[in-house]
Write a protein that binds this ligand. Sequence first.
Ligand SMILES: C[S@@+](CC[C@H](N)C(=O)[O-])C[C@H]1O[C@@H](n2cnc3c(N)ncnc32)[C@H](O)[C@@H]1O
Length: 303
Amino acid sequence: MEVQRADERALAMPAPKAVAPWGPATDPPTPDWSAVQLPPSWVDELRLFTRLSDMGKFLRRLFGPRQAVELPADLPGRHLVPSYVLEEFHHLPNGHFSHRFSESYVLWFNIAMLGRMTRVRKHIARMFAGFRAVLDLGCGGGDLAAAVKAVGVDDVVGLDVSPYMLRQAALRHPGLRLVMGAAERTGFSEARFDGMAVCFLFHELPPSAQDAALDEIHRILAPGGRLVICEPAPEQFRDNLWQLFRKAAVTGLWWRLLARLVYEPYVAQWHERDPKALLERHGFTLLEDKSDVPFRTLVAVRS
Ligand SMILES: C[S@@+](CC[C@H](N)C(=O)[O-])C[C@H]1O[C@@H](n2cnc3c(N)ncnc32)[C@H](O)[C@@H]1O
């Protein structure tokens, strides 16, 4: 019988070579970003403490009007970077694209959030315990991806549009698989993951890119897969000081200060959207929508 013959053939064949535990060979490249030589951006070339004119340029960019990010001509994966990313988010000179500020951003983001990022990342990670494969979209320094690995998921990948951020993630979490790409064009195959974590990314995308990213997530998430999105809570931007104080005590005032000071060009447009309707339009069912200043966490399932 044909079935028997197939079984015999299988038995006669040498054992398959150890397949990497992390998934299909069709994944986009995951180099060791700590070993990739990234060209310095203009910010990295400033001699801040020895050249007064460099310090002047730096301060003008820090406190003056925002300008477009300049990508080094020889930046690997330059063609993958969408133009809307070329903003000086959070007032960072050259945005997410420098050695100097990707390192300090990862550190200071956690400090400015008063340690809450660690807690929320652990909370998100626990929602993926027992999952097969999880992608951390917009992974930055890779702490969420590492937290997901820590709950026992073997196949975890982090994706970010900035190779400087990926380098930080690789240095902080050796062995983490990291891909350079845009949220709306990841390069993964269909249904590649059964879990998707997105932390503090959507509010950095203009609405058209938010829509495109949700379409892409729908494509690479398996039916029934779980999507967890954590973004700044709208109350942090909308509530008056008294309301914030009642919700988060003195820290509420700090969250408001951050909301006022930090340059987030698309956050208002993100907060204008109704997550339930948005997710439904892109093929997800919203299971949970929880606001706990400074976070709003959405849990959805891919239909
Ligand atoms: C606010 S940080 C959050 C990083 C990380 N998720 C965390 O919780 O620490 C946003 C990250 O998203 C990345 N990013 C921004 N736009 C992106 C896009 N279109 N596609 C992929 N990553 C993007 C940035 O480079 C940055 O590392």
